[in-house]
Design a protein around this ligand. Structure first.
Ligand code: IPD
Ligand code: CA
Ligand code: CA
Length: 266
């Protein structure tokens, strides 16, 4: 089986494992004040790593809950075995498995599977993006005022000044509406498929965004940092949009003071 075939197979298998265990009590460990890992994260990760290693023993693997497996081949799998783990632990059915594949430093394949809706997002560099085999494209919404946006908050938001609450406040006053659904990878797939018009988040990790970044690009979306510079999965800022509202979103991200403070009383 080729790399894409294996990625799709293991995303589906890991997704079904997650779905079967949803709602069943499992041990939850705290990695930080609000950052958890469940037994399901670990089971999904074990399944994925085992299958990659048995098919491609000379490939590297960067996966959220394990030490990186380095390899000289120039091939690296970048895995989030359960994106949306807080949702999962609470039985909120919005989560996915995310599998990105990097060749010589470039992510060339993204596979994301939502087992609840049975939605499989796949994109290959230069070959377009698809949802369950059908091509997808970003939305045509032309103004921020009419846009449905998504975001998330870093796990250290209680202790860091850069906690996204300022941007959240500013965008809330400019967009049609904002959702904080709890899975960065699915949020980005929803930008790719036109369900969201834009998305921003800070301090994400490579496994949150590797697969999704290819899916957004191949669906015709724009993805940069908060200054409009090229996006890197190893960077700390992610702004993704349908392209049409990107400049408006960059303008909002440049503001420092929450707009709410400037609103005049009627
Ligand atoms: C998290 C989710 C969440 C985002 C966090 C991520 P996890 O990943 O994608 O939406 O806001 O920044 O860390 O911990 O569920 O894999
Ligand atoms: Ca994640
Ligand atoms: Ca995770």
């Amino acid at each position: 089986m080729d790399i894409k075939g294996v990625a799709v197979k293991i995303a589906r298998e890991a997704g079904l494992l997650l779905k079967e265990n949803l709602g069943k009590a499992g041990k939850v460990e705290f990695k930080g004040a609000v950052n958890i890992v469940t037994e399901a994260d670990r089971k999904s990760e074990a399944l994925i790593i085992e299958e990659i290693q048995s098919n491609f023993p000379d490939h590297g693997i960067l996966s959220e809950e394990s030490a990186e497996i380095k390899a000289a081949s120039g091939y690296k799998w970048i895995i989030d075995p359960l994106d949306g783990t807080t949702n999962y632990a609470h039985g909120f059915p919005f989560f996915c498995v995310s599998i990105g594949f990097e060749a010589s430093g470039k992510v060339v394949l993204g596979v994301i599977y939502d087992p609840v809706l049975d939605e499989l997002f796949v994109a290959e560099d230069g070959k377009g993006a698809a949802l369950n085999g059908n091509p997808i494209h970003v939305s045509k919404t032309g103004s921020l005022d009419r846009s449905l946006l998504a975001t998330g908050f870093p796990y250290d938001l209680r202790t860091s000044k850069e906690n996204n609450l300022d941007h959240f406040s500013n965008f809330t006053l400019r967009a049609q509406a904002i959702r904080r659904a709890g899975s960065a990878a699915l949020d980005l797939c929803y930008v790719a498929s036109g369900r969201f018009d834009g998305y921003w988040e800070m301090r994400l990790r490579p496994w949150d965004v590797a697969a999704a970044s290819v899916i957004v690009k191949e669906a015709g979306g724009t993805i940069t940092d908060f200054k409009g510079s090229p996006f890197s999965i190893y960077g700390h800022e992610c702004l993704a949009s349908n392209g049409l509202i990107h400049d408006e979103m960059l303008g909002v991200l440049r503001k420092k003071t929450p707009a709410a403070k400037k609103v005049k009383k009627p």
